[in-house]
Design a protein around this ligand. Structure first.
Ligand code: UFG
Length: 327
Protein backbone atom coordinates (compact mmCIF):
# COMPACT_ATOMS: atom_id res chain seq x y z
CA UNK A 1 0.00 0.00 0.00
CA UNK A 2 1.35 3.40 -0.97
CA UNK A 3 0.96 6.54 1.12
CA UNK A 4 1.61 10.09 -0.03
CA UNK A 5 3.04 12.27 2.74
CA UNK A 6 2.88 16.01 2.09
CA UNK A 7 5.37 17.99 4.14
CA UNK A 8 7.33 14.76 4.57
CA UNK A 9 10.59 16.69 4.86
CA UNK A 10 9.32 18.62 7.89
CA UNK A 11 9.67 17.66 11.55
CA UNK A 12 6.46 15.70 12.12
CA UNK A 13 6.08 14.59 8.50
CA UNK A 14 9.55 13.05 8.38
CA UNK A 15 8.90 11.12 11.60
CA UNK A 16 5.64 9.83 10.08
CA UNK A 17 7.55 8.78 6.94
CA UNK A 18 9.98 6.77 9.11
CA UNK A 19 7.13 5.15 11.05
CA UNK A 20 5.26 4.25 7.85
CA UNK A 21 8.38 2.68 6.35
CA UNK A 22 9.01 0.74 9.56
CA UNK A 23 5.47 -0.67 9.24
CA UNK A 24 6.11 -1.78 5.65
CA UNK A 25 4.22 0.93 3.78
CA UNK A 26 5.50 2.37 0.54
CA UNK A 27 5.89 6.12 0.90
CA UNK A 28 6.00 9.00 -1.55
CA UNK A 29 6.81 12.49 -0.27
CA UNK A 30 5.79 15.86 -1.69
CA UNK A 31 7.51 18.85 -0.12
CA UNK A 32 8.48 22.26 -1.48
CA UNK A 33 11.43 22.35 0.97
CA UNK A 34 10.47 25.87 2.08
CA UNK A 35 10.80 24.71 5.70
CA UNK A 36 11.65 21.05 5.35
CA UNK A 37 15.00 19.32 4.91
CA UNK A 38 15.80 16.90 2.11
CA UNK A 39 18.01 14.83 4.45
CA UNK A 40 15.03 14.18 6.74
CA UNK A 41 13.24 12.20 4.03
CA UNK A 42 15.83 9.42 3.73
CA UNK A 43 15.66 7.06 0.77
CA UNK A 44 12.01 7.74 -0.08
CA UNK A 45 10.80 9.03 -3.46
CA UNK A 46 10.67 12.82 -3.06
CA UNK A 47 8.80 15.21 -5.35
CA UNK A 48 9.84 18.81 -4.81
CA UNK A 49 6.92 21.13 -5.45
CA UNK A 50 3.74 22.58 -4.07
CA UNK A 51 0.74 20.51 -3.02
CA UNK A 52 -1.46 23.28 -4.44
CA UNK A 53 -0.01 23.02 -7.95
CA UNK A 54 -2.56 20.76 -9.62
CA UNK A 55 -0.41 20.17 -12.73
CA UNK A 56 2.47 19.01 -10.55
CA UNK A 57 0.16 16.91 -8.38
CA UNK A 58 -1.32 15.32 -11.53
CA UNK A 59 2.18 14.01 -12.26
CA UNK A 60 2.54 12.68 -8.69
CA UNK A 61 -0.84 10.96 -8.73
CA UNK A 62 -0.38 9.45 -12.21
CA UNK A 63 3.17 8.20 -11.57
CA UNK A 64 2.19 6.57 -8.26
CA UNK A 65 -0.83 4.54 -7.20
CA UNK A 66 -1.65 6.33 -3.95
CA UNK A 67 -4.04 4.73 -1.45
CA UNK A 68 -4.14 7.52 1.13
CA UNK A 69 -2.60 10.90 1.87
CA UNK A 70 -1.13 12.22 5.12
CA UNK A 71 -1.24 16.00 4.78
CA UNK A 72 1.34 17.77 6.96
CA UNK A 73 2.49 20.54 4.61
CA UNK A 74 1.64 23.88 6.23
CA UNK A 75 2.97 26.97 7.92
CA UNK A 76 2.63 26.50 11.67
CA UNK A 77 3.91 29.46 13.67
CA UNK A 78 1.29 31.29 15.66
CA UNK A 79 3.15 34.61 15.94
CA UNK A 80 4.07 34.66 12.24
CA UNK A 81 0.46 33.88 11.30
CA UNK A 82 -0.70 37.07 13.02
CA UNK A 83 1.71 39.15 10.92
CA UNK A 84 1.14 37.36 7.62
CA UNK A 85 -2.46 36.16 7.37
CA UNK A 86 -2.44 36.23 3.56
CA UNK A 87 0.52 33.82 3.47
CA UNK A 88 -1.17 31.57 6.03
CA UNK A 89 -4.52 31.46 4.23
CA UNK A 90 -2.75 30.94 0.92
CA UNK A 91 -0.25 28.32 2.04
CA UNK A 92 -2.58 26.43 4.36
CA UNK A 93 -6.17 26.85 3.17
CA UNK A 94 -5.81 27.51 -0.58
CA UNK A 95 -3.05 24.95 -1.16
CA UNK A 96 -4.98 22.32 0.81
CA UNK A 97 -8.08 23.00 -1.25
CA UNK A 98 -6.16 22.34 -4.48
CA UNK A 99 -4.58 19.23 -2.97
CA UNK A 100 -7.98 17.81 -2.03
CA UNK A 101 -9.29 18.69 -5.49
CA UNK A 102 -6.36 16.83 -7.10
CA UNK A 103 -7.03 13.85 -4.85
CA UNK A 104 -10.68 13.71 -5.84
CA UNK A 105 -9.80 14.08 -9.55
CA UNK A 106 -7.50 11.07 -9.24
CA UNK A 107 -9.88 8.95 -7.16
CA UNK A 108 -7.81 9.20 -3.95
CA UNK A 109 -10.45 9.48 -1.24
CA UNK A 110 -8.67 9.18 2.10
CA UNK A 111 -6.70 11.85 3.91
CA UNK A 112 -5.25 12.18 7.40
CA UNK A 113 -5.05 15.86 8.19
CA UNK A 114 -2.63 17.57 10.55
CA UNK A 115 -4.82 19.85 12.69
CA UNK A 116 -4.02 21.51 15.99
CA UNK A 117 -5.00 22.37 19.53
CA UNK A 118 -4.84 25.97 18.31
CA UNK A 119 -8.31 25.42 16.80
CA UNK A 120 -9.69 25.48 20.37
CA UNK A 121 -8.30 28.95 21.18
CA UNK A 122 -8.76 29.71 24.88
CA UNK A 123 -10.97 26.74 25.73
CA UNK A 124 -13.87 26.98 28.13
CA UNK A 125 -12.83 23.68 29.72
CA UNK A 126 -9.75 21.59 30.45
CA UNK A 127 -9.13 18.83 29.62
CA UNK A 128 -10.28 19.58 26.10
CA UNK A 129 -12.37 16.94 24.34
CA UNK A 130 -13.33 16.77 20.68
CA UNK A 131 -16.71 18.25 21.69
CA UNK A 132 -15.14 21.38 23.21
CA UNK A 133 -16.15 24.35 21.03
CA UNK A 134 -13.46 25.46 18.58
CA UNK A 135 -12.85 29.21 18.70
CA UNK A 136 -9.34 29.95 17.43
CA UNK A 137 -7.65 33.10 18.69
CA UNK A 138 -4.97 33.27 16.00
CA UNK A 139 -4.75 33.04 12.22
CA UNK A 140 -2.84 29.76 12.33
CA UNK A 141 -5.58 27.99 14.30
CA UNK A 142 -8.23 29.61 12.13
CA UNK A 143 -6.65 28.30 8.93
CA UNK A 144 -6.51 24.77 10.33
CA UNK A 145 -10.16 24.98 11.40
CA UNK A 146 -11.08 26.25 7.93
CA UNK A 147 -9.43 23.15 6.45
CA UNK A 148 -11.25 20.86 8.91
CA UNK A 149 -14.53 22.48 7.82
CA UNK A 150 -13.60 22.18 4.14
CA UNK A 151 -12.91 18.48 4.63
CA UNK A 152 -16.37 17.98 6.09
CA UNK A 153 -18.07 19.57 3.09
CA UNK A 154 -15.79 17.76 0.62
CA UNK A 155 -16.78 14.57 2.42
CA UNK A 156 -20.48 15.29 1.97
CA UNK A 157 -20.20 16.27 -1.70
CA UNK A 158 -17.31 14.17 -3.03
CA UNK A 159 -17.05 11.26 -0.60
CA UNK A 160 -13.61 12.33 0.62
CA UNK A 161 -12.84 10.55 3.91
CA UNK A 162 -10.77 12.48 6.43
CA UNK A 163 -9.25 12.07 9.86
CA UNK A 164 -8.49 15.44 11.44
CA UNK A 165 -5.91 14.99 14.18
CA UNK A 166 -5.63 17.87 16.62
CA UNK A 167 -2.18 17.80 18.12
CA UNK A 168 -1.18 19.35 21.39
CA UNK A 169 2.52 20.09 22.07
CA UNK A 170 4.67 17.79 19.97
CA UNK A 171 8.31 17.19 20.92
CA UNK A 172 10.97 14.48 20.92
CA UNK A 173 12.85 12.81 18.09
CA UNK A 174 13.15 9.51 16.23
CA UNK A 175 14.88 6.85 18.39
CA UNK A 176 17.76 6.70 15.87
CA UNK A 177 18.67 10.26 16.87
CA UNK A 178 18.83 11.13 13.18
CA UNK A 179 15.38 12.67 12.56
CA UNK A 180 14.30 15.56 14.73
CA UNK A 181 13.21 19.14 15.09
CA UNK A 182 15.17 21.70 13.05
CA UNK A 183 13.28 25.00 12.87
CA UNK A 184 14.78 28.33 12.01
CA UNK A 185 14.00 30.37 13.99
CA UNK A 186 13.22 27.98 16.83
CA UNK A 187 10.30 29.12 19.00
CA UNK A 188 9.28 25.99 20.91
CA UNK A 189 10.01 25.46 24.58
CA UNK A 190 11.76 22.06 24.65
CA UNK A 191 14.21 22.65 21.77
CA UNK A 192 15.06 26.08 23.17
CA UNK A 193 15.73 24.60 26.62
CA UNK A 194 18.00 21.99 25.03
CA UNK A 195 19.85 24.64 23.05
CA UNK A 196 20.61 26.32 26.38
CA UNK A 197 21.75 22.98 27.82
CA UNK A 198 24.13 22.60 24.87
CA UNK A 199 25.52 26.12 25.27
CA UNK A 200 23.96 27.39 22.03
CA UNK A 201 21.89 29.92 23.93
CA UNK A 202 22.75 31.72 27.12
CA UNK A 203 19.48 31.23 28.98
CA UNK A 204 15.83 30.34 28.74
CA UNK A 205 13.31 33.18 28.92
CA UNK A 206 10.20 31.84 30.66
CA UNK A 207 7.29 33.88 29.32
CA UNK A 208 5.09 34.81 32.26
CA UNK A 209 5.01 33.64 35.88
CA UNK A 210 1.70 35.21 36.87
CA UNK A 211 -0.72 32.80 35.20
CA UNK A 212 -3.47 31.22 37.32
CA UNK A 213 -1.61 27.89 37.52
CA UNK A 214 0.16 26.04 40.35
CA UNK A 215 3.54 27.75 39.79
CA UNK A 216 2.39 30.73 37.70
CA UNK A 217 3.72 29.40 34.38
CA UNK A 218 1.66 28.03 31.47
CA UNK A 219 0.67 24.39 31.37
CA UNK A 220 0.88 22.37 28.15
CA UNK A 221 0.23 18.77 27.15
CA UNK A 222 3.30 17.14 25.55
CA UNK A 223 3.22 14.24 23.13
CA UNK A 224 6.19 12.36 21.67
CA UNK A 225 6.47 12.78 17.92
CA UNK A 226 6.76 8.99 17.42
CA UNK A 227 3.57 8.37 19.43
CA UNK A 228 1.97 10.99 17.20
CA UNK A 229 3.24 9.20 14.08
CA UNK A 230 1.71 5.93 15.33
CA UNK A 231 -1.62 7.71 15.86
CA UNK A 232 -1.54 8.82 12.22
CA UNK A 233 -1.03 5.27 11.03
CA UNK A 234 -3.83 3.95 13.26
CA UNK A 235 -6.19 6.72 12.11
CA UNK A 236 -5.38 5.99 8.46
CA UNK A 237 -5.90 2.25 8.89
CA UNK A 238 -9.20 2.87 10.70
CA UNK A 239 -10.39 5.21 7.96
CA UNK A 240 -9.47 2.77 5.18
CA UNK A 241 -11.12 -0.15 6.98
CA UNK A 242 -14.33 1.65 7.94
CA UNK A 243 -14.64 4.09 5.04
CA UNK A 244 -15.35 6.93 7.46
CA UNK A 245 -14.32 10.37 8.72
CA UNK A 246 -13.65 11.58 12.26
CA UNK A 247 -11.57 13.90 14.40
CA UNK A 248 -9.31 13.14 17.36
CA UNK A 249 -7.33 15.03 19.96
CA UNK A 250 -3.80 13.76 20.41
CA UNK A 251 -2.20 14.63 23.72
CA UNK A 252 -1.19 12.80 26.87
CA UNK A 253 -4.14 13.53 29.13
CA UNK A 254 -1.91 15.45 31.53
CA UNK A 255 -0.04 18.72 31.53
CA UNK A 256 3.30 20.11 32.64
CA UNK A 257 4.04 23.70 33.56
CA UNK A 258 6.91 25.45 31.82
CA UNK A 259 8.91 25.27 35.06
CA UNK A 260 8.23 21.54 35.36
CA UNK A 261 9.55 21.06 31.83
CA UNK A 262 12.63 23.10 32.68
CA UNK A 263 13.27 21.01 35.80
CA UNK A 264 12.67 17.74 33.91
CA UNK A 265 15.21 18.89 31.31
CA UNK A 266 17.74 19.74 34.04
CA UNK A 267 17.30 16.23 35.42
CA UNK A 268 17.51 14.45 32.05
CA UNK A 269 20.48 16.43 30.71
CA UNK A 270 22.37 16.96 33.96
CA UNK A 271 22.90 20.58 32.87
CA UNK A 272 22.16 23.67 34.88
CA UNK A 273 20.09 25.51 32.19
CA UNK A 274 19.94 29.13 33.39
CA UNK A 275 16.56 30.84 33.10
CA UNK A 276 14.88 34.20 33.68
CA UNK A 277 11.25 35.22 33.87
CA UNK A 278 9.99 37.60 31.23
CA UNK A 279 6.63 39.11 30.35
CA UNK A 280 3.85 36.93 29.04
CA UNK A 281 3.98 36.10 25.32
CA UNK A 282 0.83 37.49 23.67
CA UNK A 283 -1.75 34.86 22.73
CA UNK A 284 -0.61 32.12 25.15
CA UNK A 285 -3.60 30.49 26.91
CA UNK A 286 -2.73 29.55 30.54
CA UNK A 287 -3.64 25.86 30.24
CA UNK A 288 -4.03 23.53 27.24
CA UNK A 289 -4.55 19.89 28.14
CA UNK A 290 -6.29 17.28 26.00
CA UNK A 291 -8.26 14.24 26.77
CA UNK A 292 -7.21 11.64 24.20
CA UNK A 293 -9.66 9.06 25.48
CA UNK A 294 -11.45 8.97 22.12
CA UNK A 295 -8.27 8.08 20.19
CA UNK A 296 -7.46 5.41 22.75
CA UNK A 297 -10.95 3.93 22.65
CA UNK A 298 -11.62 4.06 18.91
CA UNK A 299 -8.17 3.79 17.36
CA UNK A 300 -6.59 1.64 20.09
CA UNK A 301 -3.82 4.21 20.43
CA UNK A 302 -1.46 3.78 23.38
CA UNK A 303 1.35 6.19 24.07
CA UNK A 304 4.74 4.61 24.66
CA UNK A 305 6.65 7.64 25.86
CA UNK A 306 6.53 10.00 28.85
CA UNK A 307 8.00 13.45 29.32
CA UNK A 308 11.50 12.26 30.24
CA UNK A 309 11.63 10.05 27.12
CA UNK A 310 10.52 13.03 25.07
CA UNK A 311 13.26 15.26 26.44
CA UNK A 312 15.93 12.51 26.31
CA UNK A 313 15.22 11.68 22.66
CA UNK A 314 15.19 15.36 21.70
CA UNK A 315 18.46 15.85 23.58
CA UNK A 316 20.07 12.92 21.73
CA UNK A 317 19.02 14.47 18.41
CA UNK A 318 20.26 17.97 19.32
CA UNK A 319 23.57 16.63 20.66
CA UNK A 320 24.20 14.61 17.51
CA UNK A 321 23.05 17.46 15.22
CA UNK A 322 23.84 20.75 16.96
CA UNK A 323 23.26 22.63 13.70
CA UNK A 324 20.26 20.56 12.68
CA UNK A 325 20.49 19.00 9.22
CA UNK A 326 23.03 21.58 8.03
CA UNK A 327 26.09 19.72 9.18
N1 UFG B 1 7.85 29.38 26.19
C1 UFG B 1 8.72 30.06 27.01
N2 UFG B 1 9.92 30.43 26.49
C2 UFG B 1 10.30 30.15 25.22
C3 UFG B 1 9.40 29.44 24.39
C4 UFG B 1 8.19 29.07 24.92
O1 UFG B 1 8.42 30.35 28.17
O2 UFG B 1 11.41 30.54 24.81
C5 UFG B 1 6.56 28.97 26.75
C6 UFG B 1 5.38 29.56 25.99
O3 UFG B 1 5.11 30.87 26.40
C7 UFG B 1 4.28 28.55 26.33
C8 UFG B 1 5.05 27.22 26.44
O4 UFG B 1 6.41 27.58 26.62
O5 UFG B 1 3.75 28.88 27.59
C9 UFG B 1 4.94 26.35 25.22
O6 UFG B 1 5.27 27.17 24.07
P1 UFG B 1 5.62 26.55 22.65
O7 UFG B 1 5.94 27.69 21.75
O8 UFG B 1 6.62 25.46 22.80
O9 UFG B 1 4.26 25.86 22.22
P2 UFG B 1 2.79 26.49 22.12
O10 UFG B 1 2.00 25.85 23.23
O11 UFG B 1 2.76 27.95 22.02
O12 UFG B 1 2.38 25.98 20.67
C10 UFG B 1 1.97 24.67 20.40
C11 UFG B 1 2.28 24.34 18.96
C12 UFG B 1 1.52 25.24 18.04
C13 UFG B 1 0.07 25.17 18.37
C14 UFG B 1 -0.15 25.49 19.81
C15 UFG B 1 -1.57 25.31 20.22
O13 UFG B 1 3.66 24.48 18.74
O14 UFG B 1 1.71 24.82 16.70
O15 UFG B 1 0.61 24.61 20.62
O16 UFG B 1 -1.92 26.32 21.10
F1 UFG B 1 -0.61 26.08 17.63
Amino acid sequence: MSILVTGGAGYIGSCAVAALKEKGYEVVVVDNLSKGHKQAVGDVKLYIGSVGDETFMHKVFTENKIDAVMHFAAFSLVGESMLHPYEYYNNNVAQSMHLFHSMIEHGVKNVVFSSTAATYGEPEENPISEETPQHPINTYGQTKLAIEDMLKWFGVAYGLNSMSLRYFNVAGAHPSGNIGEDHNPETHLIPIILQVALGKREKLSVFGNDYPTKDGTCIRDYIHVMDLAQAHILAMEYMLKNNCSDEFNLGSGGGYSNLEILNAARKVTGCEIPSVFEDRRPGDPPVLVATSEKAERILGWHRQYGIEDIIASAFAWHKAHPNGYDE
